[in-house]
Design a protein. Structure first.
Length: 251
């Protein structure tokens, strides 16, 4: 260790403390005993340290500072504990929700009834949709639905069979495919709307409480007038905006 290295180390030295026990500081102090210039510098350094200590001792801490520090530390610890507990609580809720989600979806006894099905399909027509195939060719529509494993062997009432088609789309219901056949009546359509008469066809076994064969049910669902019937193994829902008398023209 040389003169300059010792001075650099002794800058950290605080007289009267355990700093002298540090091996590097102890070596620098030993060197100062044999280096007159370093010894004089160390004497001035120690004097400055003592002067600073004296100034610090003259500073009186504000009343209650100790109690305030202790109180703030305790409050901070309580906040940290509350945050940890809150995180654990949120995590527990999330785990519970994840665990219960399958139960909500598998144990709701009325979520696959015919009334819900009809309402969902009416909502598809009213909220807007995109066609999977846009064409007025009935054969192409049947071929597309059959290739997609959706109901394609539907039977259309006479008047509906003569109505112009606009295309089709495939919807899903409780894991079963629904064929949505779109028709266009003679009425003017709003901008962007491609059809105004919709037929939904599904396997009757996929819908609970499907109406019996031989009956037709007319029900208003929001702005859509619907008629439902069962024929063979298929359940049909036909809907349009209008009244029952207008809808009957297509049966």
């Amino acid at each position: 260790m040389n003169h300059n290295e010792a001075k650099t180390i002794l800058l950290l030295y605080r007289p009267g403390t355990a700093d002298a026990d540090d091996p590097q500081i102890a070596e620098a102090l030993t060197l100062a005993k044999h280096d007159r210039e370093l010894a004089d510098w160390l004497k001035e350094h120690c004097a400055r340290q003592e002067a600073l200590r004296a100034k610090f001792r003259q500073i009186a801490p504000p009343a209650g500072l100790k109690e305030q520090i202790i109180s703030e530390q305790a409050a901070q610890e309580r906040i940290s504990l509350w945050r940890r507990n809150a995180v654990f609580a949120v995590a527990a809720v999330i785990v519970a929700l994840v665990a219960l989600t399958p139960l909500w979806f598998t144990h709701r006894p009325n979520d696959d009834t015919f009334a819900i099905y009809r309402s969902r399909m009416a909502g598809v027509a009213l909220r807007g949709y995109s066609m999977d195939l846009a064409t007025n060719n009935p054969a192409q529509i049947r071929a597309f639905l059959a290739a997609s494993s959706a109901p394609a062997d539907y039977v259309l009432p006479g008047s509906l069979e003569k109505t112009a088609m606009a295309g089709c789309a495939i919807q899903n219901w409780q894991g079963a495919k629904v064929s949505m056949v779109c028709f266009r009546t003679a009425k003017p359509l709003p901008p962007g709307q491609q059809s105004d008469l919709w037929l939904f066809v599904i396997d009757r076994t996929a819908v609970k409480d499907a109406p019996p064969a031989g009956s037709r049910q007319f029900v208003q669902v929001n702005k859509l007038m619907t008629v439902t019937w069962t024929q063979g193994q298929k359940l049909y829902v036909l809907g349009m905006e209008g009244d029952e008398q207008t809808l009957r023209q297509y049966l």
